[in-house]
Write a protein that binds this ligand. Sequence first.
Ligand code: SER
Length: 340
Amino acid sequence: MSRKPSVLITGASGEIGHALIARLAAADPDRPIVTLDLNPLPPESAALVRQAVNGSILDTSLLDGILAQYEVDRVFHLAALLSTRSEFSPALAHKVNVEGTLNLLEFAQKQGESHGRPVAFFYPSSIAAFGLPDRTVKAKAGKVKEDDYNVPTTMYGANKLYCEHLGRYYARHYKQLAAELVSGKVDFRCVRFPGLISAETVPSGGTSDYAPEMIHAAASGQPYACFVRPDTRIPFMTMPDAVDSIFRLMGAPRARLTRTVYNIGAFAPSAAEIQTVVHAAFPRTEITTHVDEKRQGIVDSWPADVDDSAARADWGHNPAHGFASAFGEYLIPSIKKRYA
Ligand code: SER
């Protein structure tokens, strides 16, 4: 039992969880971290958390147990099925991505009511919430704003877009007809991440995975067949910048936030540009293109870049890595060390 303000992280064994736990533990070693994940945490993460609960976000008895035991005032709800995986099991994706998020929002609302402070709730949405109708429109649209082209073509994108609305509902309109004022409304904060690239971990089940897969394959001496056309362009960001953006958004005074959902970007290379820098760093590597038309179709519906001016103005989004430094200063040196 801990009555210290605690943090709950769902999906903590995933890529973002791995990086976030390290940063949270370093920033505030006294604040207990509780995790909820179907998979066990890697040992380096497990060493940093108070309790790692093994189980599903769909199991409300587990959430009730955490509610009774901890005074959670921050939730990072990272658990989800990613976009490629979700297309193979859309109904399951809806369960995990939507019902799971509803469970966590209810959890946060109840926690807030029990300790009288709104729970800060971080939700990672995605560029998958966008859906551009075709490549011509995509090329013309350039940097898209949050509220444009909100017509996703994937189950995952539809789930993310809807959960953005659910979060806004819990933050601003929850039980709006109740006679009594509802206390502890969830302080929902959300970014739409671009494709993320980590030097430490490789994603699974995403559609932006061609970039991280190409880099990790090349560094480990494996050939790689890229599943999108060389001219394919979407925004990307390094994992340290992604975690930095989570910290900045969660640390911002609530009054500064004009929105509940923010675009964030960093750099937006084509697949060919990524291939060129990876090839320069690992000249012996063999990178070919073998287009998967279906996954290509999904990436073609995502914007070539995002307009993140609101995030920059409201809470100082300012990624350290552009395209050149992401590869030159972070990815290539760290990955070389990892596979040495
Ligand atoms: N990068 C994720 C994916 O490809 C989208 O958020 O599924």
